[in-house]
Design a protein around this ligand. Structure first.
Ligand SMILES: *[C@@H]1O[C@H](CO)[C@@H](O)[C@H](O)[C@H]1NC(C)=O
Ligand SMILES: *[C@@H]1O[C@H](CO)[C@@H](O)[C@H](O)[C@H]1NC(C)=O
Ligand SMILES: *[C@@H]1O[C@H](CO)[C@@H](O)[C@H](O)[C@H]1NC(C)=O
Ligand SMILES: *[C@@H]1O[C@H](CO)[C@@H](O)[C@H](O)[C@H]1NC(C)=O
Length: 504
């Protein structure tokens, strides 16, 4: 029997999205985690203290290659201020703090002995978080490769990296896995490899003519694919070790975190649509395809040919399904155009293979790229449709302020709050539409040394006076806004009513 008309009407009303202004954290799924993050090299400082040895990023910054010629020797000095920082997180109401362990602090030579002072520091930080009810979400490797492994065997270019990485990861599981329930093996392998081995703009600055300048040796046509291959295999090796020896007792989850640019066709032409699909396959599929289907995307095989390493049956089996969740760091939209000019070069690099244009890094450094909240929705849809809707953690999303300092009222950052609210609305809609997102972390908890911009870009919910000896922290308006939301308040305050829902 058909339901009476008024019941149908009621059902329709119930299915309407709630008013944006009234969205609260209770509208997100049970157990959804809200946090903020940093990474070791960027936030800790104490670069040469208590037995820590250099990473490739220390070498790079000491040679004056960072954007503003700065180093992270002191940075926000969290190594000495972690208690103050945990207190700030607690007051803000964070469910979780995402941070990374510095390999060159825990195992300064890359392999071998654990540094007791490093062990003590991370134990203290983890215990302090747990004492305040804040979950530690820990990245094992976040770009800061021990320099000794670079010197010894060219780091990521050697399969020896896989064994050293696995032993380091095991030291982390053994030392901290009783308390850490969320592990990320590798952060942003899809940018580390092209920045470090193709354009050569990031350490270890390997590249070859005509694809890079100031190269320290290298081969842009082959090395990005080799480095990525070893990172993938290292990831799979750590996951299978964790699953075999630790997961049953420690009951944690393990995943990998990718940079999540979204490539959107620049026009409605079918050529640009095809270019965008290809670029997303090179950017996301490079790692997702092997992890879900056991091999690189077909378009990568056809365009990179023999330069893309083969996967043995055993490797492929080990990769397939080797994650409990996928982390995404989402910032930018790249407008995809089919009309590349460099693709016919006799020698090609990753950029020519993927983009058929010159290095888009130039655009990033010039700050010419675009932000758009809808792109996060498209990225999540892409993962849902193409890769079987894996559990996702948004591990980074945030707003950079690059205005000149000192500003008059430095804590006034309402544009940051607006920005984050726009993304949280899209995130909410994606979850309603079936995406399995489990958590969201603002980048960053504090101002830190930014890998691409030094101290020029400030992403922090909390600011740090980088010129004061004590690296004084101050709470920005965005931190107050986030805190209000985390403590049950409405996403949009009355003063920022937000955009129309239907537009999303
Ligand atoms: C290459 O090195 C030269 C000389 O040190 C420097 O002026 C230039 O900025 C460097 N280029 C890049 C892209 O790093
Ligand atoms: C890079 O490697 C490829 C394949 O081995 C080789 O053909 C090419 O000459 C190398 N390029 C450089 C600059 O060494
Ligand atoms: C694509 O087509 C739609 C409708 O046909 C139009 O509204 C939109 O502006 C077009 N987009 C671009 C980028 O040309
Ligand atoms: C919802 O998800 C479906 C696929 O599951 C997708 O086709 C559609 O575009 C999504 N809608 C929105 C509004 O994101």
């Amino acid at each position: 029997m058909a339901p009476p008309l008024f019941v149908l009407l009621l059902l329709c009303l119930a299915a309407l999205p709630r008013d944006t202004a009234a969205l609260t954290r209770r509208d997100f799924p049970d157990g959804f985690i809200f946090g903020a993050g940093t990474s070791a090299f960027q936030v800790e400082g104490a670069a040469a203290e208590d037995g820590r040895k250099p990473s490739i990023w220390d070498t790079f910054t000491h040679q004056g290659y960072s954007y503003d010629k700065s180093t992270a020797d002191i940075s926000a000095n969290q190594y000495h201020h972690y208690k103050d920082d945990v207190k700030l997180m607690y007051e803000m109401g964070l469910d979780a703090y995402r941070f990374s362990i510095a390999w060159p602090r825990l195992i300064p030579d890359g392999r071998g002995e654990i540094n007791p002072k490093g062990l003590e520091y991370y134990n203290n930080l983890i215990d302090e978080l747990i004492r305040h009810g804040i979950q530690p979400h820990v990245t094992i490797y976040h770009l800061d490769l021990p320099q000794s492994l670079q010197d010894e065997y060219n780091g990521l270019l050697s399969p020896r990296f896989i064994d050293d990485y696995t032993a380091y990861a095991e030291a982390c599981f053994k030392s901290f896995g009783d308390r850490v329930k969320h592990w990320v093996t590798v952060n942003e392998p899809n940018i580390e490899t092209i920045g470090g081995f193709d354009g050569g703009v990031l350490p270890p600055q390997r590249c070859s003519h005509p694809f890079g300048v100031n190269c320290t040796g290298g081969n842009s046509t082959t090395e990005p694919y080799i480095a990525a291959h070893h990172l993938l295999l290292a990831h799979a090796s750590a996951v299978s070790l964790y699953r075999a020896k630790y997961q049953a007792t420690q009951r944690g989850q393990i995943g990998i975190t990718l940079l999540g640019w979204w490539h959107e066709p620049a026009t409605n032409s079918s050529q640009d649509a095809a270019a965008a699909t290809r670029m997303n396959d090179f950017h996301i599929g490079w790692f997702m395809h092997p992890l879900v289907y056991g091999d690189y995307p077909a378009v990568m095989r056809s365009r990179a040919g023999a330069r893309l390493p083969d996967l043995t049956v055993e490797q492929s089996n080990k990769l397939r399904g080797a994650f409990d969740f996928i982390g995404l760091n989402h910032y930018l939209v790249v407008r995809a155009r089919a009309d590349g000019s460099t693709f016919n070069l006799e020698q090609r690099d990753y950029y020519a293979d993927a983009y058929a244009i010159a290095n888009p890094f130039d655009d990033i450094q010039e700050g010419r790229l675009e932000y758009a909240p809808w792109a996060l929705g498209k990225l999540l849809d892409h993962l849902k449709i193409k890769y079987g809707n894996p559990p996702v953690m948004i591990h980074e999303n945030g707003y950079a302020d690059a205005s000149e300092l000192p500003r008059k009222v430095e804590y006034e950052d309402d544009s940051r709050s607006e920005f984050l609210q726009d993304y949280l609305e899209v995130l909410y809609l994606s979850i309603r539409n079936g995406s399995d997102v489990r958590g969201y972390f603002v980048w960053s908890f504090l101002d830190v040394f930014e890998f691409l911009f030094g101290y020029r870009s400030r992403y922090g919910l909390c600011g740090v006076d980088m010129n004061s000896e004590g690296r004084t922290r101050y709470v920005r308006n965005s931190a107050h806004w986030y805190s209000g939301f985390l403590k049950g308040g409405e996403l949009r305050s009355a003063s920022s009513p937000g955009k129309a829902y239907a537009a999303a």
